[in-house]
Design a protein around this ligand. Structure first.
Ligand code: PMP
Length: 354
């Protein structure tokens, strides 16, 4: 791997910043952090140390995530959901921020909130990356950050790995230092057959990966992880708020991640339910479901508003995506029972249309 200076990519105000450092000093009497010495009998039953600030570095949790991803804890940054890490990335490196559309809306929302330029490149007609257009936009706008959600939300498909690699290699080869960091958002990767990009981090210093616990049963904890080279992590860590992940989330995640078997069982069930949803939806005339590598299915209907409201009247809430993809709705794979209720309601709503 060539030696690239990540610090030069950071915004000047970040380059000169030093990360907040909360030192952990072993002691008998802890009177340094303006905490209360008391919590309360009920909360103590949940966690002994709720009167204390959380571990700012989430050491135990990062260690477990690092082991699972076969990287070092120094390659992991913890976030209050991956949303927060997207915020931190754009705060650190600035724009232009390039991403294909339609995709996860937060890339654009955060870029705009932080006053950074957005470069939106439409996907091709198979919802894959339009490689020519993206490479042209990279040359033209020299984006600091490129976000690629693969599998992509809301389309559900993975982008072709060779197209992603082309983008990574192209940006990596640009002299004198790559001017673009490529972030692969793997929020839905556990549901996909495509391999994670984490093993390639050692090869490309401008490649970053985002993961989250939100899609695998722990959305309420708000926990996401940035996996990247140490120099990227230490730059982004400067803008991280000191106690961004609370003690309860850290403790619950550490416990939950010990039961990998159960997690894998749940993921398998969701994958087979997604397959069933797709197969059953293909049989319904008048709708077009798209193949998915994620935990949801995007589908096209004649009248999205009508179908959405019809389902809601039957108590089934899905997502109306018409703003992002014309005439499209998105359904998340639930339990087998929930999916059966959805499929029945969908058939009835579509039939009543005809
Ligand atoms: N990336 C993608 C592609 C997503 O769809 C989502 C959630 N909808 C996120 C990131 C954010 O996840 P988190 O809950 O970890 O903030």
């Amino acid at each position: 791997m060539k030696n690239i200076n990540i610090s030069l990519l950071a915004k000047p105000n970040i380059r000169s910043l030093r990360a907040y450092h909360a030192e952990e000093v072993p002691c008998k009497v802890k009177l340094d952090a303006n905490e209360s010495p008391y919590s309360g009998a009920r909360v103590k039953k949940i966690l002994q140390t709720l009167n204390r600030y959380p571990d700012p570095e989430a050491k135990q949790l990062r260690k477990i995530i690092a082991e699972g991803s076969r990287v070092k804890p120094e390659n992991i940054l913890h976030g209050n959901g991956s949303d927060e890490l997207i915020y931190y990335l754009i705060t650190t490196f600035g724009g232009p921020v390039l991403y294909p559309v339609p995709t996860f809306s937060m890339y654009g929302i955060i870029a705009q909130a932080l006053g950074e330029k957005k470069i939106e490149v439409p996907l091709d007609n198979k919802f894959d990356l339009d490689i020519e257009k993206i490479l042209a936009a990279i040359k033209r706008y020299k984006p600091k950050l490129i976000f690629l959600s693969s599998p992509n939300n809301p389309t559900g498909n993975c982008f072709s790995s060779d197209r992603i690699l082309k983008i990574v290699e192209f940006t990596y080869s640009l002299p004198p230092t790559p001017y673009s960091l490529v972030v692969i958002d793997e929020a839905y990767q556990p549901f996909s057959k495509t391999k994670s990009f984490v093993p390639l981090l050692g090869k490309y210093g401008n490649l970053l990966v985002l993961r989250t616990l939100s899609k695998i049963g722990l959305a309420g904890l708000r926990l996401g992880f940035l996996i990247a080279g140490e120099s990227v992590i230490s730059e982004v860590n400067k803008v991280r708020l000191p106690f961004n992940v609370n003690s309860l989330s850290q403790a619950v995640a550490v416990e939950a991640l010990k039961d990998k078997k159960q997690m894998r069982r749940h993921i398998s069930s969701i994958i087979s339910e997604r397959k069933r949803l797709l197969a059953e939806m293909r049989k319904i005339e008048g709708i077009t479901p798209y193949p998915s590598d994620a935990n949801f299915v995007l589908f096209k209907v004649n009248n999205a508003e009508k179908v959405y409201n019809g389902l809601l009247r039957k108590g089934v809430l899905i997502r109306n995506m018409t703003g992002a993809v014309k005439d499209c709705l998105r359904v998340t794979a639930g339990t087998p029972g929930e999916n059966t209720v959805f499929l029945k309601a969908l058939r009835e709503v579509i039939n009543s249309e005809n």
